[in-house]
Design a protein around this ligand. Structure first.
Ligand code: FES
Ligand SMILES: [Fe+2]
Length: 409
């Protein structure tokens, strides 16, 4: 993020904290709970946002070198993504051209070629069919017509995109809606993948997204956890077409008041959170990035899967290794050093903070909302003036499906 943008955001947050105000959408909006339960809507979302829309599947560091690969199965097409011998990012349907078997079930790894576990056909990392087992007995086959089915890909600003439709194309700048220069400035392509996990929940995918749509809940829900480190009372918020950026202060932000402005930085003093349409939440700092990919359970309105992936800068990894900074693991995540912004959180520590908040606190709220919504007795819920990201997220997906915007009363 450009320094001038950082200063503007930090000034806004200080002004908000001093004035006791936060983001103000200007009105409340009513969201019908059918948004979380309607099977016809779920089917439409699944088709339009997942089966027919470009998908951000990771950062460049997920595929660190030629031969590295990962598999995904979250948006209706089994994906095998890899770097070919020349380092080019490619994605294929993870299916052998003989009988359609998955070439690998591994989540990620490194291989020079892919050998099908069923009968042993082999493929290069650029998708070419290299070998047919016992080809004389199998019979003649035109190898050129039996390469892996390739999908459109784009690798830009350190982001890996795949389109699940072979004939489609991907325009990353258009997808970022004006955020491209800012995203480029974070140098996401240099981050090292350090771990991740998934949460499979009985909760609509939009309820999972809603968790990230306001900081109004910090002081109550996260009283004993996140609220120790972050301050939910101020939120800097800006939209970029279908996407948005939300920044909230760390408790340690007040330290900046004693520093010259040219040393001010959002790094270590705030959390910067991007929402990228339709299903991505991304927290970014110069040391650490966490990518949340949120998927519906197919066309099932009541289920979702959230994948969390953690990345660190090499500089942060070096600092952890040399011991000159406090390194926070799962046992001291809410330590004084963390509150003061004087520590580096490890992947394990980061996953712990997410476990203790996202799964046990935030998603627990979403699961209960899902149950209430399914009872049919709660017609709508209310998005407050201070829940602007929630309002934007819901109105954005509604507009994309030609639905009317949420009404205010
Ligand atoms: S299904 Fe892959 S080799 Fe037979
Ligand atoms: Fe939360």
């Amino acid at each position: 993020m450009q320094h001038s943008t950082q200063l503007r955001i930090l000034d806004e947050l200080f002004e908000m904290l001093d004035a006791g105000r936060t983001v103000d959408a200007g009105q409340q909006l009513l969201n019908p709970t059918s948004a979380y339960t309607d099977p016809a809507l779920a089917a439409q979302e699944w088709q339009r946002f997942f089966r027919e829309h470009p998908q951000l599947i990771g950062l460049s560091g997920d595929l660190p070198g030629p031969g590295s690969y990962l598999t995904l199965d979250d948006f209706g097409v089994p994906i095998l993504a890899c770097r070919d011998e020349d380092g080019r990012f490619r994605a294929f349907v993870n299916a052998c051209r003989h009988r359609g078997t998955r070439l690998t079930e591994d989540e990620r790894g490194e291989q020079k070629r892919f050998t099908c576990p069923f009968h042993g056909w082999t493929y290069a990392t650029d998708g070419r069919l290299l070998g047919v087992t016992e080809s004389e007995q199998f019979g003649a086959i035109d190898r050129n017509c039996h390469n892996l089915i390739e999908l459109p890909t784009a690798e830009q600003y350190g982001l890996l995109w795949v389109h699940p439709q072979p004939a489609a194309s991907i325009d990353v700048d258009a997808l970022l809606g004006g955020l491209a220069p800012e995203i480029a400035n974070w140098h996401l392509g240099d981050r090292v993948h350090c771990g991740g996990r998934s949460l499979n929940k009985r909760m609509n995918w939009k309820l999972a997204n809603d968790t990230f749509g306001e900081t109004y809940h910090f002081a109550r829900l996260h009283r004993k956890t996140l609220n120790n480190i972050f301050n939910g009372e101020a939120l800097s918020y800006e939209t970029f077409e279908r996407n948005h950026r939300a920044v909230f202060p760390a408790r340690s932000m007040t330290r900046l008041r004693n520093k010259p402005r040219d040393k001010w930085s959002v790094n270590g003093s705030t959390t910067v959170l991007y929402y990228l349409f339709p299903n991505i939440q991304l927290t970014v700092s110069d040391r650490q990035v966490t990518l949340f990919r949120i998927y519906p359970g197919g066309a099932d309105a009541s289920r979702s899967v959230t994948w969390m992936s953690h990345y660190f800068s090499q500089a942060a990894l070096d600092l952890m290794a040399d011991g000159s900074k406090t390194v926070i693991d799962d046992s001291n995540i809410y330590s004084r050093e963390a509150r003061d912004g004087n520590a580096i959180v490890t992947p394990e520590g980061s996953m712990e903070i997410i476990d203790s908040t996202l799964e046990n606190e935030d998603y627990r709220m979403g699961e209960t909302t899902q149950q209430t919504a399914e009872s049919g007795l709660l017609e709508h819920i209310v998005f407050g003036r201070n829940e602007a990201p929630l309002q934007h997220f819901h109105n954005t997906f509604r507009a994309a499906l030609d639905m009317p915007p949420l009404r205010s009363s």
